[in-house]
Design a protein around this ligand. Sequence first.
Ligand code: PMP
Length: 361
Amino acid sequence: APKRIFNFNAGPAALPQTVLEEIQQEFLDFKGSGMSITEISHRSKWFDDVINDAVARTKRLFHLDDRYKVLFLQGGASMQFCMIPMNFLAEGRTADYVNTGTWSTKAIKEAQILGKPIKVAASSEDRNFAYIPKDIAFTPGATYVHITSNNTIKGTQWARFPDTGGVPLIADMSSDIFSRPFDAGRFGLFYAGAQKNMGPAGVCLVAVRDDMLALTPATLPTMLKYTTHADKNSMFNTPPCFAIYTVQLVLKWLEETVGGLDKMAQRNQQKADLLYNLMDESDFYNGTADKDSRSMMNVTFRLPDEALEKKFVAEATEAGFGGLKGHRSVGGCRASIYNATSVEAVQALVDFMKTFQSRNG
Ligand code: PMP
């Protein structure tokens, strides 16, 4: 069998091994077509079945009603940073943003470049984004409130989404989509780049409600309008077929093997608890996020000094644990434990961390 590491990469990240095997098995002859999925027309019945199944599974998993369209777009999550204000903030409209880290900051910057009169309703920048702000005063009558549900770099996550007084939420869920159930009905739109919790890079899932779609101005370039993609089931132009196909298989795994989002959330909680319990018991590994804001997906931590952090990452790599170096902008260490990371992988990491501490602590 091929040698596979314990993969704690932040993204692109680990995918379920059974999904990779399924791709491998049907790669040369996709469903009797005599072609691989990368060689098939996106206008074929074969691909129609793939994208329709991916949409249907997304709707089932999130209990989305008929007001929502599920789109698969290109340009990554980063493209959404500009598409959202372009589509929803016509003359006279405003929106609130909550700044909880690097990615929120980038979303805010794009709205500002476009000259939109948005407001930063709350920020946790004062303490290097180590927490999720509470008791936020949102602007009544705003068109949306934009949040980042999970902060990949800072290791924080909204445990509960804020009360916006009825203003639709928009969330960048790139690093925690499909990790837990949530009340999608409060969201006007949510989006996620695929490359952490659901597939390879190259596609961004967008779920958007019809009242938001109605705001899209006619004057936008065709490719930048949500309505273009909503009207054409994400096939206005050639979609990223291979990425969408992989997402479809991951969602099938999530529904049929894992058993849905409640089960997924339980497993994710179990994994996060293993690491956070170790940190709470130890003064060698120190979590960087406030306890009530900790992420179940990206566990960020420091060791007593940078030399030890370097040694830790090097020895972990040697022992078969990949991706533990923190983001280059913050340093330290980070274990990304997305859906496809098993409890056994996290337990193996915890065991390694205990041994490393006993040798170096
Ligand atoms: N938002 C979040 C929360 C992310 O973690 C990332 C990627 N690390 C992005 C946005 C950017 O995504 P993309 O590279 O798909 O544009």
